[in-house]
Design a protein around this ligand. Structure first.
Ligand SMILES: [Zn+2]
Ligand SMILES: [Zn+2]
Length: 202
């Protein structure tokens, strides 16, 4: 059976999720041309699995969730979520050298390959790499885990500005577990969750 090496899968905020947060892997020192090449490579992978919902940016930067995609993409050896390209290009997330060198060896063009429908997405490499390469940014974890009652009234001003920036509230509920506030337009979180948990600023 085909075994694909998974990368770029992030914590989803659930209590038992073992994945890390992208904030732990920010590397602004990276080469801009390489970042662009990787963006192109990551965006053009073969579609492997399609999910029902769209992903969201863990930085709550305002990108439309449609842009983050709803599929996993692959090149026959590696597999990643469609939204990973955005993290690399916009949030300066670094990726494992093993993957970068593989993409480089392909001339940053996705090879013509068949992805088997029953291939296994193996996350063990990614878990090990994340564990060994995290910048130890505990804040990233804390932002995810902060309880709603820690939200201070002083933040109301920030929420107002976030609502203004996003052009209002959407006609749907925030997807943070237990939150029943209305989400911001174009985002999956309400102003409070976007700011307190995702570190979004107007
Ligand atoms: Zn983003
Ligand atoms: Zn919320």
């Amino acid at each position: 059976m085909q075994r694909l090496i998974a990368i770029g899968f992030w914590n989803d905020g659930s209590d038992d999720c073992p994945m890390h947060n992208p904030q732990e892997f920010i590397d602004p020192s990276g080469d801009v041309a390489l970042r662009e090449s990787l963006f192109h490579y990551l965006r053009t992978g073969h579609s492997f699995a399609q999910y029902l919902g769209f992903s969201w940016c863990r930085f709550a930067c305002g990108i439309d969730e449609n842009e983050m995609g709803s599929a996993d993409l692959g090149d026959g050896v590696w597999i990643w979520p469609e939204g990973l390209a955005h993290y690399v290009a916009r949030h300066e997330i670094r990726l494992p050298n093993e993957f970068v060198e593989h993409a480089r060896a392909n001339g940053f063009r996705i090879p013509e390959v068949e992805l088997q429908g029953d291939a296994i997405e193996d996350t063990s490499f990614w878990s090990d790499w994340c564990g060994a390469n995290t910048n130890g940014d505990a804040d990233a974890q804390a932002l995810w885990r902060r309880a709603p009652d820690e939200i201070e009234a002083a933040d109301n001003d920030i929420y107002e500005k976030l609502i203004e920036k996003h052009g209002g509230l959407a006609d749907k509920i925030c997807m943070w577990a237990g939150c029943e506030n209305q989400a911001l337009k174009g985002l999956v979180f309400c102003p409070a969750c976007a700011h307190q948990k995702m570190n979004a600023w107007p």
